[in-house]
Design a protein around this ligand. Structure first.
Ligand code: PMP
Length: 440
């Protein structure tokens, strides 16, 4: 596999070497997709990506999730060009598309009475937590261990470096995370105990969850989990925050909240929200809660301050509006989900035929490839699971490199996002390539 990279990706390698001189770690994004070095992309179109050496890949990274319509989708690109010609990317004023974006989100997710655009999923999670604290006047926030809610101080603190016990993120004083607590996925008893304890020491402002379970279902939660968390939040007067950065529009136009029929108080958006155009983040919820972003209404002194020079730019709002309209018109979540089903079915067949210790499962267009031992452990011993999952990360990176060598671009070797552009032919082509990798 490493020979492949030497021979076929020489331009990427040279660029990656040059990049490491001026960019920390050699990439501007997460390091996880870039083993043994970053592949430099020159063109993306629909289901495919081409690198700087002219190699073609089936693109199951999908930019990390936003491009459910397929990469560089023309009808949205055309609208983005129109707005750029008319206003440029940013005005700092109100544009009608800001309203249209909020309205079309509400149309598909009726619980989102009001919507505030922000810069990224990370910012949106920060904003949601601040909003919950301002609205409730309480201070504790409970998250699920292994959930990813961006890289803000209080949310990234618990993450561990793969294969070690060390914290992923240093440079965060303990006081900053003092009011953030973690519970294991699926463990309702611990959640209840923390909520009870917090009641006598300032109260819980919010419980924040990824509705499919940590890392988009890498460690899945049971179908009842979200409903049970909702009930506990109601019992203890905490807000429920759904982080729908990945699931929003991807698992259905109504998001995970529509799929599970659970109404969160605050929803966090990112990724698909703008079809991959800058900037992709926002928070939405009931009007009463959302108005705490304004504050000073009536006798209320509650105000959660959020800002952002580039947050409300016409480019993102146009891209968001048309991406959502197109996803609904074309049934993109369903088509991408069918592609995910076909791929997962085919991968299971390969694993069975070759007797490989893998578990393949999908939630529509989100497909997971995991070693079976890790999943078994998630049922029995959550602490061991965390350690094993971290140790496994490097193995999955190596698998990711093997997939790349056969022209398959995945998310760190263990997750696959399908898009509407993944026709049966594309999926069957991909399955042949996966079969080659597993025969290597
Ligand atoms: N929440 C979830 C569930 C995510 O998957 C991500 C990004 N992968 C984020 C938040 C952070 O979003 P962003 O990268 O836009 O800051």
């Amino acid at each position: 596999v490493l020979d492949y990279f030497e021979q076929k990706c020489q331009t990427s390698k040279a660029l990656a070497t040059r990049a490491s001189e001026v960019i920390p770690g050699g990439v501007q994004h997460n390091l996880a997709f870039n083993y043994p070095f970053a592949i430099a992309a020159t063109k993306v179109d629909g289901a495919h990506m081409w690198d700087a050496d002219g190699n073609q890949y089936i693109d199951f990274l999908q930019a990390g999730g936003p491009t459910l319509l397929g990469s560089n989708y023309l009808p949205v690109r055309e609208k983005a060009h129109e707005i750029l010609d008319a206003c440029g990317p940013v005005t700092g004023l109100l544009h009608e598309y800001e309203i249209k974006l909020a309205e079309i989100i509400r149309q598909h997710m009726p619980g989102i009475e009001m919507f505030r655009m922000l810069g990224s999923g990370t910012e949106a999670c920060m904003g949601a937590i601040r909003l919950a604290r301002a609205y409730t006047g309480k201070k504790w926030v409970i998250k699920v261990g292994g959930d990813y809610h961006g890289w803000s101080d209080q949310m990234v603190y618990g993450m561990r470096v793969p294969g070690t016990g060390r914290r992923e993120a240093t440079g965060i004083p303990k006081g900053v995370t003092g009011y953030t607590q973690e519970v294991f996925p699926n463990e309702l008893g611990t959640l209840r105990r923390k909520l009870m304890l917090n009641r006598i020491r300032g109260g819980t402002a919010a419980v924040i969850v990824e509705p499919l379970g940590p890392e988009s279902g890498t460690r899945p939660v049971t179908p009842e989990y979200n409903r049970e968390v909702r009930k506990l939040c109601d019992e203890f007067g905490a807000l429920l925050i759904f982080d729908e950065v990945v699931t929003g529009f991807r698992v259905g136009m109504g998001g995970a909240q529509g799929y599970f029929n659970v109404n969160p108080d605050i929803t966090v958006f990112g990724k698909c929200l703008t079809g991959g155009y800058l900037m992709a983040g926002g928070i939405g919820g009931r009007k009463e809660v959302m108005m705490a972003l304004v504050g000073g209404i009536g006798t209320s002194s509650k105000r959660a301050f959020v800002g952002g020079t580039l947050s409300a730019n016409p480019l993102s709002c146009v891209a968001g509006y048309y991406a959502i309209e197109e996803m609904a018109r074309t049934n993109a979540p369903i088509l991408a989900g069918r592609a995910g089903d076909r791929l997962a079915r085919g991968l299971k067949e390969i694993m069975n035929r070759r007797s490989l210790p893998y578990v393949v499962y999908n939630m529509g267009s989100i497909v997971h490839l995991q070693t079976s031992a890790v999943l078994l452990m998630s049922m029995r011993n959550p602490i061991k699971l965390m350690r094993e999952a971290n140790a496994r990360k490097h193995l999955m990176e190596e698998m990711g490199a093997a997939y790349l060598s056969q022209g398959l671009l995945t998310l760190a070797g263990s997750r696959i996002y399908t898009s509407m552009a993944d026709t049966d032919e594309v999926i069957d082509d991909a399955l042949n390539r996966f079969d080659t990798v597993f025969g290597m």
